[in-house]
Design a binder for this molecule. Structure first.
Ligand code: IDC
Length: 343
């Protein structure tokens, strides 16, 4: 081949390459612009907790990640998904993840008809788990018993629900099952909650052999010290402790210490810094004492709740109607305390 021909060929190839690059960027640019989300997703991949930590397990009193390292999640609980389904959207979860370092979403589904238990509520939970998975966040499926005090009241429904959920999500590595939010009333660990938990655990384990199962305790999930006297047998089972800092103080913190010292793995799947009604004034002093204790024992936590209801536990200001993209000024006092502070 003559020198001039070679030179010509090189030039043609170079021009083609430049053209191809131009064409690509013309093609890519509008996509990025149109789908702002995808760009941010890529840049925020460092926040993909599930990619980094994988399936969580319980070892001793702690949660450990896929590498066996102690892991604590920092979560947000929805309000009842039947009442505030609008916050179960991918952009809301992404906002929590990217702006506020949240890596776990608890999907609270009340279990009585009067509190919105329905097919639609179940579908919202399923959607929520999928969004969390897509964003690399952990998800807690919360069977939110409350007015139904004894978990056995709706045991049949719970069996059906957890059979379906564990079947659907058995291959997901981000799912945890909270099988009874807050047993209360005339209910005891030994004769009510433990037998219920045995049954539900068996149902879940038929499908999902490894996902963490979280079990509540008596007195609105405060009596972890009682649970610690005779925990369930089996792997990857943890126990929930709930607190509302303005109501629950040293007495309750002592219960946590007793339980952990006995070897019970505890997760705070729900807390707020107001009183137990979900309203009232905030007690930041008690809240900070709680947070120090949780840190000491490497305990994970989720704050109640992702909504703009006019109550002090709501993380979003009641005047804010956004359902995602919350800025600091959109957050309530409790929201600012929780989401904008390092605990
Ligand atoms: C509260 C909600 C409130 C709702 C009420 C009744 O904040 O808007 O009207 O339930 O359903 C819990 C429960 C949680 C409660 C919360 C505050 O798990 O469902 O939510 N709380 O009372 N345990 C202790 C406090």
């Amino acid at each position: 081949m003559s020198k001039t021909l070679k030179g010509l060929l090189k030039r043609v190839i170079a021009i083609n390459m430049i053209l191809a690059i131009c064409l690509c960027s013309v093609y890519v640019m509008p996509v990025d612009k149109a789908d702002n989300n995808s760009v941010k997703l890529a840049s925020a991949s460092a926040k993909n907790a599930v990619r980094a930590h994988g399936r969580l397990r319980i070892r001793g009193t702690r949660i450990v990640d896929k590498n066996g390292k102690t892991f604590r999640f920092r979560g947000v609980s929805t309000h009842g998904v039947a009442w505030f389904p609008q916050y179960v959207n991918k952009r809301a979860f992404k906002t929590l993840r990217d702006k506020y370092n949240v890596n776990c979403i608890r999907l609270a589904m009340y279990t009585t008809k009067q509190d919105g238990y329905s097919k639609a509520a179940r579908q919202t939970v399923i959607k929520g788990v999928k969004y969390a998975k897509q964003l690399g966040m952990y998800a807690i499926i919360d069977w939110h018993i409350l007015n139904d005090g004894n978990p056995n009241t709706n045991k049949k429904k719970a069996i059906k629900f957890f059979r379906a959920m564990s079947k659907k999500f058995k291959s997901y590595n981000n799912v945890m099952y909270e099988i009874c939010n807050e047993p209360n009333g005339n209910v005891s660990w030994k004769s009510d909650i433990k037998p219920y938990a045995k049954k539900i655990t068996k149902v879940i384990r038929k499908n999902d052999k490894r996902g963490i199962i979280i079990v509540g305790s008596s007195t609105w999930s405060q009596d972890v010290d009682v649970t610690a006297q005779s925990p369930l047998k089996g792997k990857n089972i943890a126990y929930s402790l709930h607190f509302y800092a303005a109501t629950h103080k040293d007495w309750n913190r002592q219960k946590l210490t007793t339980a952990v010292k006995k070897g019970l793995p505890v997760i705070v799947t729900e807390f707020s810094i107001c009183d137990a009604s979900g309203n009232g004034s905030l007690d930041k002093k008690s809240a900070n004492t709680w947070m120090r204790l949780l840190k000491k024992y490497h305990i994970s936590y989720c704050a109640w709740s992702l909504c703009n209801k006019a109550e002090s536990s709501a993380l979003i200001k009641s005047s804010c109607t956004k359902t995602y993209g919350f800025n600091k000024s959109d957050l309530s006092a409790a929201g600012k305390w929780y989401l904008c502070k390092k605990h």
